[in-house]
Design a protein around this ligand. Structure first.
Ligand code: RUB
Length: 323
């Protein structure tokens, strides 16, 4: 039996997680989604019985405001919330079990799709390959690590990913596993393609829209342009659970603008710093999306999503989804 905590302690816990997501102590779309859903479970398991419902709604509200460009988290929170509303009883003990069960269901969807993508992606990598990546995507690094474990000879060019250098996480993770890594500043992308003639570009995603555009870390579209110029195929490794289903109804995914201080701590007062966290890659630059449903062209995303996750799309009917 898990020890109960007070209302205040549980809310503080959720707020701390939301702040860690906002400040990017917790980052990367998959990690954020898992952490948000695990936090719901943590709270509900420890909530006083008469507060289960209130704490659940409050936690969802706090978490969903933490970062605006994270559909894998929103889909998870929406799935758990809407299914709960549909199935809840008048018995708080049963409702507690129900929420925990729904949270586990979504975590399992994430986990099983992640495993399938790693399998498919690692098979796609040639026996001897130079791969360019950008930022830190756990999906991408796991694909590369698995390819290495399969005996493939891979080397990686990773960009540092200004302003907060997530590329260093990638470089460290892969080099510690014995992979040859060349680390470059973002603006050396074109130079690196000329010098090392990569075989493919492999990046992750934060969001996918209904028409197959992909949103990923700022600099990703620049990399897509460079890849196109050099005729190098670009693949996106992502679960379809990152689809922003609001885009079906004409709502655009918001691109998060981050604090100026991340770019320049003590900038002169009259310099206006712009710090977009993400950008959009058009389908014409994408050779394929490595997803849990196989490698698919971007324009099939909505169709495949509907086939695979009817329970999530169903919840969205009449745009009830828009939180
Ligand atoms: C991280 C980023 C990653 C995606 C995919 O951005 O753009 O490519 O989130 O990651 P940030 P994963 O550091 O701003 O969160 O494959 O782990 O879901």
């Amino acid at each position: 039996m898990v020890k109960q905590l007070s209302n205040e302690d549980l809310i503080t816990h959720v707020q701390n997680v939301a702040n860690d997501i906002k400040s990017m102590k917790i980052k990367g779309a998959t990690t954020i989604a898992i952490k948000a859903i695990e936090t719901i479970k943590f709270v509900i398991e420890r909530s006083p019985l008469d507060k289960v419902s209130d704490l659940f709604t409050m936690s969802i509200d706090i978490l969903r405001k933490s970062r605006p460009t994270e559909p894998a988290m929103f889909n998870g929170l929406t799935y758990v919330y809407n299914r709960y509303v549909e199935l809840k009883t008048d018995d708080p003990a049963k409702d507690r079990e129900l929420i925990i069960h729904l949270a586990d269901s979504y975590l399992n969807m994430l986990k099983s799709s992640f495993e399938k993508i790693i399998d498919i992606g690692s098979r796609l990598i040639p026996e001897k390959a130079t791969i360019v990546t950008h930022c830190h995507s756990s999906t991408v690094t796991q694909i590369i690590l698995k390819a290495k474990n399969m005996g493939k000879n891979v080397r990686v060019i990773s960009t540092e990913t200004r302003p907060i250098y997530q590329g260093r996480i990638t470089a460290r993770e892969l080099s510690e596993a014995g992979i040859e890594v060349y680390h470059i500043v973002d603006s050396a992308m074109h130079w690196a393609f000329n010098k090392y003639k990569p075989d493919l570009v492999l990046i992750g995603a934060d969001a996918i829209s209904s028409v197959g555009t992909v949103i990923n870390k700022i600099g990703s579209n620049l990399l897509a342009l460079v890849a196109k110029e050099h005729s190098v195929p670009l693949y996106i490794a992502t679960t379809l659970l990152k689809m922003d289903i609001r885009t079906i109804y004409g709502v655009s995914t918001e691109i998060e603008m981050r604090p100026p201080k991340e770019v320049w701590e003590e900038a002169p007062e009259n310099v206006k710093i712009l710090n977009p966290a993400f950008e959009v890659i058009e389908p014409k630059y994408i050779r394929g999306i490595i997803s849990e449903a196989g490698i698919i062209p971007p324009n099939l995303v909505t169709y495949v999503f509907k086939e695979r996750y009817p329970e999530i799309l169903h919840l969205d009917r009449e745009a009830k989804y828009i939180l």
